[in-house]
Write a protein that binds this ligand. Structure first.
Ligand code: NAD
Ligand code: UGA
Length: 465
């Protein structure tokens, strides 16, 4: 059997996963040429910008790697066909959002971008190519991809030469979290590689072994790898809904959610991570992946299992409407003619991503009650913020400011929705001075020093206490 040497990688999709993941591969494997391709030309131009503040994604540590590798062994382009043709390994890292119409709408993942990637690969690949599922996919998607790829070619025979156009499929789901993506990729808890032939699994493992210890590389079959990714996200989200459900009980009983989280988290069987109560999980994946799991369970007739996981999403939405109602109730039941400062619009700190951000739902709930919103976020582009209110934006109901103080000027309340570090060290005294009295702070992230703020004169509501 000839040994195939992987020299050229192509990644389809230059998004939050494709960009950082390929950057870290390029940085650790200087002998590999890594091409990241995307049909979104604006995004590619941003990746190639020499003004690094214009990179399409903000991730701590990303800029340094781009400076080191771009133009050397890391390239961003829209030359999808050419890069597919030259690749030994192709990572598919395209979006897989929840379907909005048709069968499974509201639950199933929309796989049209996966299908079009597979069709492009089938058309343009030239020799044996390993196709890696990096996107999060419903279990059994590899079967569809295989079908598309193999409808153009016969199965690969490892004992033959490599000029034949044939395919192997590997599932290598990504576990990075935004805001810590570079560290997660550089020091992963594990790398999961599922496949049908040992040969392809080993080739993909060899890429990671350039910087990941082999004990952390878990190999398995395709279906276990695909399913494990959905289940990992479901378990993480479930912890958040669990602790958030208890935050409501704390508020009515005099218990304190931080104390409860600490007490239960010190049990090593439970563990302390992912027990931070807040305005509900956001981000592009938790909700989509659980809904997808729910869809799969119903598809296979497992209705009780589906109902169980769907509750995790229900509680998440409930937490957001609960917080909105609490703000309204504390502000005398009406927001008409009230100005509210929203601190934080990204779905978590250290990212400019707003997908499914709790700030969106909560802001919309407050707008419906007649509030005027003054929003500040350190990283989210103002146009991006305003675009979230398309259709409900009036001339004078949403404003975006470039400082917390400007956003707070004349406002009745601050609604803290994202856990940006800079909110901890603000000059709260001078912010208090510019607000209308009584001046409220609603801390949905259990993030600020409640007593200190009360001493300044604020009225403080802190989640879960
Ligand atoms: P994204 O929307 O940021 O990026 C996807 C990119 O793919 C887009 O730029 C789009 O233009 C491009 N694309 C779509 N079809 C294409 C085609 N046929 N050819 C070329 N480019 C194409 O999405 P993302 O956040 O990077 O997520 C990608 C996948 O990874 C999803 O399945 C997601 O569930 C999964 N995932 C995401 C994260 C995360 O933190 N965002 C983490 C782990 C896994
Ligand atoms: C999550 C997972 O952590 C990653 O492993 C996974 O790869 C990724 O989804 C994905 O598949 O997209 P991400 O959504 O980027 O990563 O960020 P998280 O840190 O998981 O936070 C998700 C949401 O939960 C945020 O809104 C965050 O504020 C919230 N959260 C997180 C809490 O409210 N409490 C916590 O204790 C932790």
């Amino acid at each position: 059997m000839k040994n195939k040497i992987v020299r050229n990688i192509c990644c389809i999709g230059a998004g939050y996963v494709g960009g950082p993941t390929m950057s870290v591969i390029a940085s650790n494997c200087p002998d590999l040429k890594v091409n990241v391709v995307d049909i979104n030309l604006k995004r590619i131009e941003a990746w190639n910008s020499n003004d690094f503040s214009q990179l399409p994604i903000f991730e701590p540590g990303l800029e340094e790697i781009i400076k080191k590798c771009r133009g050397k062994n890391l390239f961003f382009s829209n030359k999808v066909d050419e890069c597919i043709a030259n690749a030994d390994v192709i990572f598919i890292s395209v979006n897989t959002p929840t379907k909005t119409k048709g069968i499974g709408a509201g639950f199933a993942s929309d796989l049209k971008w996966i299908e079009s990637s597979a069709r492009q690969i089938a058309k343009f690949a030239k020799s044996h190519t390993i196709v890696v599922e990096k996107s999060t996919l419903p279990v059994k998607t590899a079967e569809t991809i295989k079908f598309i790829l193999n409808s153009s070619e016969q199965n690969y025979d490892f004992s033959k030469d490599y000029d034949k156009k044939t395919f192997s499929i590997v599932s290598n789901p990504e576990f990075l979290a935004e805001g810590t993506a570079i560290n997660d990729l550089q020091n992963p808890d594990r790398v999961l590689i599922g496949g049908e032939d040992e040969y392809s699994i080993n080739l993909i493992s060899d890429i990671y072994k350039n910087w990941v210890h082999q004990d952390k590389i878990i190999t398995t079959n395709l279906w276990s790898a695909e399913l494990s990714k959905l289940v990992a996200n479901a378990f993480l989200a479930q912890r958040i809904s669990s602790i958030n459900s208890i935050s409501a009980l704390c508020e009515t009983t005099g218990a304190d959610i931080s104390e409860v989280a600490k007490a239960i988290g010190s049990d090593s069987r439970i563990g302390s991570k992912f027990l931070k109560s807040g305005p509900g999980f956001g981000g592009s994946c938790f909700k989509k992946d659980i809904l997808n799991l729910v869809y799969l369970c119903r598809y296979y007739g497992l209705n009780e299992v589906a109902d169980y996981w769907e509750k995790v999403v229900d509680i998440n939405l409930w937490q957001q409407s609960r917080i909105s109602s609490l703000v309204i109730r504390n502000l005398f039941g009406t927001l008409s003619k009230k100005k509210l400062a929203v601190f934080g619009f990204s779905f978590k700190a250290n990212t400019n991503d707003t997908r499914e951000s709790p700030s969106i739902n909560i802001s919309k709930n407050l707008l419906q009650e007649g509030a005027k919103l003054c929003i500040y976020d350190p990283k989210v582009n103002p146009d991006k913020i305003l675009s979230e209110f398309d259709g409900i934006l009036d001339d004078d109901n949403v404003f975006v400011y470039d400082s917390t103080k400007k956003a707070a000027q004349g406002s009745d309340a601050i609604i803290l929705l994202t856990d940006w570090d800079e909110f901890k060290s603000l000059d709260w005294k001078s912010i208090f001075e510019v607000m209308r009295k009584p001046a409220w702070i609603f801390d949905s992230r259990v993030f600020l020093d409640k007593q200190y703020l009360k001493n300044i004169g604020f009225k403080v509501w802190s989640l879960g206490s």
